[in-house]
Design a protein around this ligand. Sequence first.
Ligand SMILES: Cc1cc2nc3c(=O)[nH]c(=O)nc-3n(C[C@H](O)[C@H](O)[C@H](O)COP(=O)(O)O)c2cc1C
Length: 300
Amino acid sequence: MAGFKAYSQSSVGRAIVKLIAGQLLLQPGSAEWARDRLLQSSWTAWLPEGAFHFMTKDAPYMRADWPLSRRLKLLPTTPAPPRFKRVRAAPVIRLRSHQTGSDSFFQTLHARRTHREFSRAALSLQDVSTLLQTTWGVQGYLDAGAYGMLPYKTSPSGGARHPGEVYLMALRVDGLERGIYHYQAHNHRLARLPAAATPRLASAYCAHQSYFGKAAALFIMTAVFARTMWKYGRARAYRLVLLEAGHLCQTFCLTATRLGLAPFSTAALKDTLIENDLGLDGVSESVLYVAGVGPLPDRQ
Ligand SMILES: Cc1cc2nc3c(=O)[nH]c(=O)nc-3n(C[C@H](O)[C@H](O)[C@H](O)COP(=O)(O)O)c2cc1C
């Protein structure tokens, strides 16, 4: 202590209390300590870079019902960057425009929009089943030798590891009780969870975007990181997990569009709230993205 005259027993005590409050010192046996151990055991391969995932969870969001003036205050004072890039002095070749024509594939691509209004009608269970199977269902298996028999789906997946899982929050689905279900991709079944499903929860999950509480169903996308991590031991593979959620979501939106439904997607989520309700530890399996759907509003 001779060299640390500025410190006293009580100042060191106060510093320790601060470190505990900041979760930099953990009490053995506490919930935070258990979570830290889980993180160490399941994320070691992707740490420290993978800390990005945890540092960006449960972010504060602006509310959709804030007046525009309040939302604009959060923007930088500098003008928005140019929307498009033009390479200066590059020779330019004019391209012929593609005609969508009567090809339903191109028509569907062009018809996809994000919807925030829905009719109060229910979805059919068949449409929900089609959305699940087309987006997340296993189409078959490929023999990847030493890596085993790996599933393939309509979306690509790095190393065919398919880390994605999906949970259905059924709010208005004919023939399906309101509730939360885990989709079993390998056999196309739904397993009912004890969690509740209400419009208020749906909106809360989507960071209180009230319009999404009016959807007929949410599709809550998570990832089981170990599937990808097992093969790809470097943190860069975390990018695969995020990219793949994007693939799945686009497939979902296009399928919904083709079915004449009104899809949306949101990454503004109350992560921990969702994970707790779904019984996930938020470390080995964590929520990434939510898609949803309802019938098109009546006036359309
Ligand atoms: C990753 C991602 C996150 C999004 N999050 C939200 C969101 O939180 N709330 C919302 O209303 N729309 C959200 N959107 C939808 C965009 O606002 C929408 O795609 C954009 O305005 C373009 O409209 P379009 O989808 O109809 O082409 C999100 C889209 C993406 C790709």
